[in-house]
Design a protein around this ligand. Structure first.
Ligand code: ADP
Ligand code: MG
Length: 506
């Protein structure tokens, strides 16, 4: 368990994440304007009358965004509400022309109810993180304060784009239930799971750098073993794994210090400052009443029937958790390897492409990827699976690795030669592994006659060691193998060498 040592004892962390992902859709949640607000689009060119809140304009719910929410809900093993409603969350800010955000606030049924994702905890054990809800809501516009010395600008292209907000669950009625995030690393793993599920389903790009995934981070601390939860703070709008982890740790330490010096933590909304790695109070926490939520009179309740859910369920691709299970159960990978190879869907696709229809390749491919390829990220293009030489760098493809592994399995080359070929590829050598092996004369010697004569001369040259070996010092076998390999220029098949040596020395 992750704990922080304070002056008066050990403290544990309680973390709740509210994650916003931008829903992939051609148009916005309640209008027909394009939802692609990327920075190359001129400001305020994708704003409909609805987005601009012109009097009398009526929102129309985008069914596709609802389908996306359902798909995501199924991806996190959640209940899908058969009936949910939209309500207005009212506040004034210049990036919000309507004066309210249409959302599905805490008191009303969200489109996606209770679900969970699976991560591994800090000890490597599987752990479920419960999700309380996921709901649809509108994004706000963007303000630009740095374009002019005395003016600020508003760009409403993003106004009304669909967000899905995913909120983790804390079982306040049963504080023994530890299915919540309890360390900075778990927070990162949880967010990566959310990102992978969203991407695998095509629900969102879920890209923190681009702002299509953002998280509000709720943190509280309690003494190890304490049975109730204490007051939390909420740090808003975090867009990097690194900063999220740093903010959690900073905030926890700050709260511990307050408690240990006899103070109380107040439920504030915080802002994180990455340059100084500190959080400061932005405002004291507002509550649902402050927003004067009420059901949006322009929108009917959202009714979802079983048929729709089943239709969407049928289109679901394999999700990371299922891929992991398949790698373990069908391909015989160790749990650790399966976890590494499903960290992103790009990685698992690469692995699947290399294994192809030959399950026997799975273990060696996994080993090569994890111990060699991952050490050279510049040499493979996991995302686009490009091939050839790119920017003077040779890209190693799934078929390169498959060929290499097959050559070893077919005894055409030994492991040492395979490594040499791999290094040549890293160094920019063009051609397939076969072509490289031919070019550099790296054929494995499997001809027993040639190996036998090498064995004979090594035995003849080392009479003292032969005597020791026969006297019981069998550990010397490695010494003989090494010498025979040297004598054959590293080309002999080690298995054959071992066999012949044992026979001759025996
Ligand atoms: P709000 O909507 O006011 O931000 P919620 O009740 O929806 O608050 O909770 C937001 C997030 O904060 C949830 O993920 C929840 O699990 C988490 N949370 C609630 N209480 C605590 C607490 N005491 N410590 C840490 N996280 C908490
Ligand atoms: Mg909140």
């Amino acid at each position: 368990m992750f704990t922080i040592h304070g002056k008066t004892g050990d403290w544990e962390l309680v973390i709740g994440l509210e994650t916003h992902i931008e829903v992939l859709s051609n148009s916005k949640l309640f209008s027909g304007a394009s939802a692609d607000y990327n920075p190359t689009v001129a400001p305020n060119t994708q704003v409909s009358m609805v987005d601009a809140a012109m009097p009398g304009m009526l929102p129309v719910l985008n069914d596709y965004c609802v389908d996306q929410a359902i798909k995501f809900g199924l991806g996190i093993n959640a209940e899908i509400s058969r009936r949910s409603i939209f309500a207005r969350k009212q506040y004034f800010y210049p990036d919000l022309p309507q004066g309210y955000q249409i959302s599905q606030p805490p008191e009303v049924a969200p489109v996606v109810g209770r679900g969970y994702v699976e991560i591994t905890d800090d000890e490597g054990n599987p752990k479920k993180i419960f999700i309380e809800r996921a709901h649809l809501e509108q994004d706000a516009g963007k303000l630009k304060h740095d374009a002019h010395p005395t003016k600020s600008f508003a760009d409403y292209n993003r106004t009304g784009v669909s967000l899905l907000e995913i909120v983790t669950f804390l079982d306040t009625k049963n504080p023994e239930n530890n299915s919540y995030i309890s360390s900075p690393d778990e927070a990162e793993k949880y967010l990566r799971q959310i990102r992978e599920i969203a991407r695998a389903l095509g629900v969102s790009k879920a890209n923190m750098e681009e702002g299509s995934m953002r998280a509000d981070v709720n943190v509280s601390v309690r003494r190890v073993g304490e049975k109730t939860f204490r007051t939390r703070t909420e740090t808003k709008n975090m867009v990097s794994f690194k900063f999220i982890k740093a903010a959690i740790e900073y905030e926890a330490r700050r709260q511990i210090e307050i408690y240990e010096s006899g103070g109380t933590v107040s439920q504030d909304t915080m802002r994180y400052h990455p340059d100084d790695n500190i959080t400061t109070v932005m405002r004291s926490k507002e509550n649902a009443l402050d927003y004067r939520y009420f059901p949006d009179p322009d929108l009917l309740p959202l009714i979802i029937d079983d048929e729709r859910i089943e239709r969407i369920r049928k289109t679901m691709p394999e999700l990371p958790a299922a891929t992991r299970t398949r790698f373990i159960e069908k391909l015989g990978l160790a749990e650790y390897d399966a976890a590494r190879l499903t960290e992103t869907t790009d990685i698992s696709h690469w692995f699947d492409a290399a294994v192809g229809d030959k399950p026997a390749r799975a273990k060696p491919i996994a080993n090569w990827m994890i111990s060699e390829l991952f050490a050279h990220p510049e040499n493979y293009d996991i995302e686009n699976q490009k091939s050839g030489i790119v920017d003077g760098m040779r890209i190693i493809t799934p078929s390169d690795l498959a060929e290499l592994v097959d050559m070893i399995a077919a005894n055409e080359i030994n492991g040492k030669q395979a490594k040499e070929i791999f290094i040549k590829m890293l160094d920019g050598e063009a051609g397939t592994p076969h072509e490289i092996a031919d070019k550099f004369g790296m054929k494995q010697i499997t001809d027993t006659g040639a190996i036998e004569s090498a064995v004979d001369s090594v035995i003849a040259a080392n009479p003292a060691q032969v005597e020791q070996y026969r006297g019981g010092k069998v550990g010397l076998l490695g010494f003989f193998v090494g010498n025979v390999m040297k004598a054959t220029g590293g080309k002999a098949n080690p298995a054959v060498v071992n066999e012949i040596l044992r026979k001759k020395l025996g």
